[in-house]
Design a protein around this ligand. Structure first.
Ligand SMILES: *[C@@H]1O[C@H](CO)[C@@H](O)[C@H](O)[C@H]1NC(C)=O
Ligand SMILES: *[C@@H]1O[C@H](CO)[C@@H](O)[C@H](O)[C@H]1NC(C)=O
Ligand SMILES: *[C@@H]1O[C@H](CO)[C@@H](O)[C@H](O)[C@H]1NC(C)=O
Length: 309
């Protein structure tokens, strides 16, 4: 009898300890941290889905269906894994992990829409349609110049050419220098890395997506996911949050503020095609899809760089 009582007491004690432990664990997870297993334990985005949860190999293959056909210009270069490896570096900063599943999918479609449109060799009557040819290139094929401009911070390396390379092509010595600093790879001396290593090519592109070109400016990521509050000047210049402003930040007046020109329409078409193929649907493109009337954040002086310095 006494032994039975002792046993029950012990069991009660165990039960109380278990309840306490669970309560402590819950309190902690509400604080912020989460141990879901992906490697970003100090990020507020950690508990959310990762890109691989909603964007898988077959979807990558659907988006870039023609990239390995014999007439393509970077056969065997681009693959899903290189995108995922590069993306994983930026997921803890919010890339493809912000705002819930629909926003996450829309951001991946938007980013890849830029990539697809900037690396496409599609044209009107190409098989599969003009939007099936993203990731056809990993470099500019017939550069008309070496894209070297005197620059104090990022002087050209003799004998090195700074023509367009990558997933959102980088042009000019100063852009290679700046982005190289950003991803901690010596692109100023070795721009060729971006046509030799698909992970680096995606990394350089996602870096451009995640990083403001200038202090006090938003990044393309910011204007897309709603992290950005337009100033009065922005509003007067018709710059509002949405996909349109991402084009403004990446290409400026080369694409924006020119009305509904082909260059701009083509980028939008890729974004919307990818929304459809990912199952989100183009009706979810979001407000302020175009930048036809937007004044450039950074008006160009002379260069037609993909990123202004
Ligand atoms: C994580 O996802 C939830 C919903 O899925 C979303 O409401 C939340 O904003 C996301 N967290 C961050 C930091 O974006
Ligand atoms: C490509 O670059 C990544 C990132 O720096 C590196 O980890 C990887 O080994 C490189 N791949 C090749 C084939 O050089
Ligand atoms: C607002 O725009 C005007 C005209 O473009 C410019 O001169 C001024 O510096 C801008 N103000 C700010 C705070 O950016």
């Amino acid at each position: 009898m006494a032994m039975a009582m002792a046993m029950i007491n012990k069991m009660l004690l165990v039960a109380v300890v278990v309840v306490l432990a669970v309560a402590v664990a819950e309190g902690k997870s509400k604080e912020k941290k989460c141990d879901k297993g992906w490697e970003c334990k100090d990020s507020v985005y950690c508990c959310n889905d990762t890109i691989t949860d909603f964007f898988q190999v077959y979807q990558f293959e659907n988006l870039f269906a023609k990239r390995n056909t014999p007439v393509a210009h970077a056969v065997g270069f681009w693959d899903y894994q290189s995108f995922i490896t590069a993306a994983a570096l930026y997921e803890p900063l919010g890339f493809g992990t912000t705002g819930g599943k629909e926003m996450q999918m829309r951001e991946v479609a938007a980013f890849l829409g830029h990539v697809g449109s900037q690396t496409s060799c599609g044209y009107g009557v190409a098989t599969g349609g003009p939007l099936a040819w993203g990731l056809c290139y990993n470099r500019e094929m017939s550069p008309s110049q070496s894209y070297c401009n005197p620059d104090y911070l990022y002087p050209c390396t003799p004998g090195v050419e700074y023509y367009g390379r990558g997933a959102i092509p980088v042009f000019w010595n100063y852009n290679y220098g700046l982005i190289g600093d950003g991803i901690k790879v010596d692109l100023l001396n070795h721009p060729e890395y971006l046509e030799q290593n698909a992970t680096l090519a995606f990394q350089a592109a996602i870096h451009q997506w995640m990083t403001p070109a200038k202090k006090k400016q938003p990044s393309p990521h910011d204007v897309f996911v709603g992290n950005w509050e337009p100033t009065k000047n922005d509003t007067l210049s018709k710059r509002l949050p949405g996909f349109g402003a991402t084009m403004n930040l990446l290409y400026g007046d080369r694409v924006c503020g020119q009305g509904f020109v082909d260059d701009m329409n083509n980028i939008i078409s890729h974004y919307q095609q990818y929304l459809d193929l990912m199952g989100v649907g183009r009706e979810r493109s979001g407000d302020n899809l175009d930048c036809a009337e937007q004044a450039a954040f950074n008006p160009s002086s002379k260069s037609d760089a993909a990123v202004s310095s």
